[in-house]
Design a protein around this ligand. Structure first.
Ligand SMILES: [Mg+2]
Length: 363
């Protein structure tokens, strides 16, 4: 087969947070398991961060209010997130993936792109490479993953989602467009609910419907992202797998020159630290899903708190809101503070594709 092919794998760990918990506590295997806020007998606030495939049979979904999840499945095992465990496990698996690739680009805590063009040269050798990799991840880390194989990143990512969990989908290298054609437009990363609605109103529901449009039409609707979209739907997108890892977290800490018991001063410093963090996220083109604070009282007693939000975002407003909520618990303690830190984790890279076409759609 021609050597113009790149061979790209998109590896997506299945139900990662829950799978990490199950690997840590094997008695949970096969049970409906939910990671998220405390359901408090159905009165809890907050959301489902992740749920096992067994719990999905009851209608549970990540992002769903925890109170609703409890109504649908009160007998599930509810766990509060153990972020440290997920970060350590992610790091271990990612090092296995990285070692097997020519170029390795981590896209989120549980997803990565691998360019393996020197190790596989056609669909058959790519498939057996992916089978071996799935086996290595299972044996070394006790986790399953779903893999999409394609000649480019966007098709590999779409393919990895076709057959979950523990799936393997190989896109025909010489007919990427044909593979994509019957799929709903919403499978394209970046086509969110608003863009789907925009396209549905024009009678465009399948990728094949978009393939029949003139490229200039896409550009008139989506600006320069229309050029990217044209490439994706025709299997011509050629953004390379960049050799880069993903930071586990970003944080900004402020130490007071003198310890202060004034809570408004603490809030002000926290807000300013959050602003700086939001700027750093934007310039690094990263989105976050978990927000944490660190508070140190005089005398070095340190407390940390963390909270997950529904979806990945780079919004400063959302960051400020969560930081402010997490601080509430410490208000009125009357104690003096030495340090305030703000941290974001569960990061996701937003640089290889427009994170949302929604911002661009023009009727
Ligand atoms: Mg995943």
């Amino acid at each position: 087969m021609s050597d113009r092919w790149r061979v790209v794998l998109h590896v997506d760990l299945d139900a990662f947070y829950v799978s990490a918990e199950v690997r840590d506590q094997p008695r949970l295997r096969g049970l409906p398991v939910v990671v998220g806020a405390d359901p408090e007998g159905g009165k809890g606030r907050g959301v489902v961060v992740a749920c096992s495939y067994e719990s999905r049979k009851f209608g549970l979904r990540s992002g769903m209010p925890i109170s609703r999840a409890y109504k649908l499945c009160p007998d599930a095992v509810y766990l509060s997130p153990d972020w440290g465990l997920y970060e350590r496990m992610s790091e271990d698996v990612m090092s296995t993936l990285k070692a097997s690739a020519d170029r390795f680009e981590q896209a989120s805590i549980d997803e990565a792109f691998l360019d393996v063009s020197s190790k596989a040269h056609d669909e058959e050798s790519a498939r057996s490479f992916a089978v071996d990799l799935k086996q290595a991840v299972r044996e070394k880390h006790g986790l399953t993953c779903s893999i999409g194989v394609a000649p480019n990143k966007s098709a590999a990512k779409i393919a990895s989602d076709r057959n979950k969990p523990d799936g393997l989908t190989v896109v025909p290298f010489n007919d990427v467009a044909g593979f994509l054609s019957p799929l709903a437009v919403g499978v394209v990363p970046g086509i969110g609910p608003k863009t789907q609605e925009f396209l549905r109103a024009k009678g465009l529901q399948r990728i094949g419907d978009l393939q029949r449009l003139d490229g200039r039409q896409l550009v008139s609707w989506f600006g320069k992202n229309g050029v990217w979209l044209w490439g994706v739907i025709h299997g011509e997108e050629g953004i390379e797998v960049r050799q880069q890892e993903l930071p586990k977290s970003l944080s900004v800490e402020r130490t007071f020159k003198e310890d202060t018991a004034d809570f408004q001063t603490l809030r002000g410093e926290a807000a300013s630290a959050a602003s700086e963090l939001a700027r750093r996220l934007k310039s690094a083109k990263l989105a976050y899903r978990v927000v944490g604070i660190k508070i140190r009282f005089s005398g070095f007693e340190t407390h940390t708190r963390e909270k997950a939000i529904t979806t990945h975002t780079d919004s400063e407003d959302a960051l400020q809101k969560v930081v402010s909520d997490l601080l509430d618990e410490f208000e009125g303690s009357g104690r003096a503070f030495r340090l305030i830190g703000v941290r974001v984790s569960d990061l996701q890279r937003a640089s290889s594709e427009p994170s949302r076409l929604d911002d661009w759609a023009k009727p």
